[in-house]
Design a protein around this ligand. Sequence first.
Ligand SMILES: Cc1ncc(COP(=O)(O)O)c(C=O)c1O
Length: 384
Amino acid sequence: MNLYFDNAATSFPKPQQVHEAILDYMVNIGTNPGRGAYSTALNADRLVYNTREALANFFNFPKPENVIFTLNITHALNILIKSIIKPHWHVITTTMEHNSVLRPLYALKNSINFDLDVLPCSTEGLLDINTFNDHIKTNTRLVILSHASNVVGTIQHIELIGKICKKRGIYLIIDAAQSCGSIPVDFRAINCNALCFTGHKGLLGPQGIGGFLIDDILNEEASTFYEGGTGSTSNSLQQPNFLPDKFECGTLNSPGIAGLLASINYINSNGLLAIQQSEEYLTDYFIKNILNIKNVILFGPKDSKSKTSVISLKHSAMDNSEFSFLLSNNYNIMTRSGLHCAPLAHKTIGTFPSGTVRFSFGPFHNKADLDFLLSSINTLSNNI
Ligand SMILES: Cc1ncc(COP(=O)(O)O)c(C=O)c1O
């Protein structure tokens, strides 16, 4: 038995419908959307538009044309960070961010003079609302943060943060890499201005497809980031100013988009709530049982309702990479050890520089999988 517990990196397996949709695209459509007037090009157009619409509905967002496709969320975050932030802005983020937020922000500081506050979070990874309020300045223009941590699963109070941002006239960009497909992510309820997603994690789609949803107000603030062919206004040497073409140029990953549409349809037909409840049950079950195993330290929230199904552990007498290796070698259990591209998050929870071993559950796991995992950890914890 192979047990994959690295769904926070990328989900596996993918639903059968996703494999079939990609293959169907490759075999029966295969052409580029937005360029030709022949039947398969129009089929590709329709598929891409239907996927924008499916994403807009999934995230409760009113404008499918403001759904932009990118390669992944790192690509989406780079486009937004580097096309929006202006000199002398004050920007707020947190220590719980993935390097896909932190590195573009730090890189941009080399070329633009703006003020960046990376706010501390609790040892459980939560941003305190008073700390947040206290750091807002008159020139605070943007807050960018993740909905849920990729290290300990902590869910931020983003609706509250969104309310404050809206009241204070501050733009809000959400990194929903770890929340979308696992818990509801509602653009309007959050009151954000842009929401970034990646297709291959909780959304159960293939690698190589992600994107962002942007409202008209924040779009006005953004310049183009890439320029090139869009199949529209080709007489002009300027990048079109309308969406989605403003941010999308070059050939889209249409097979990836086909796979993503199938995965969203899969989630919708199974019910996001059912997925959320199942992952919450498994997380709760794992936490309750792991606390009884000696020589293992659990990080992050202990309450499954305030986190996603991402769990960080440390063995008190074993190196993380050895712990992860033995799980793989002895039991075919796949986990990820180290810093998970989030060094400041590990500093926050007290596990820098060695990091933790991360276990992340998905919609295809069941209690029997966790029983095997728990008994394997238990055996390893006793054999030291
Ligand atoms: C919170 C968070 N943001 C961003 C990313 C980057 O995702 P991608 O590699 O799909 O761009 C990840 C992936 O690990 C993540 O967990």
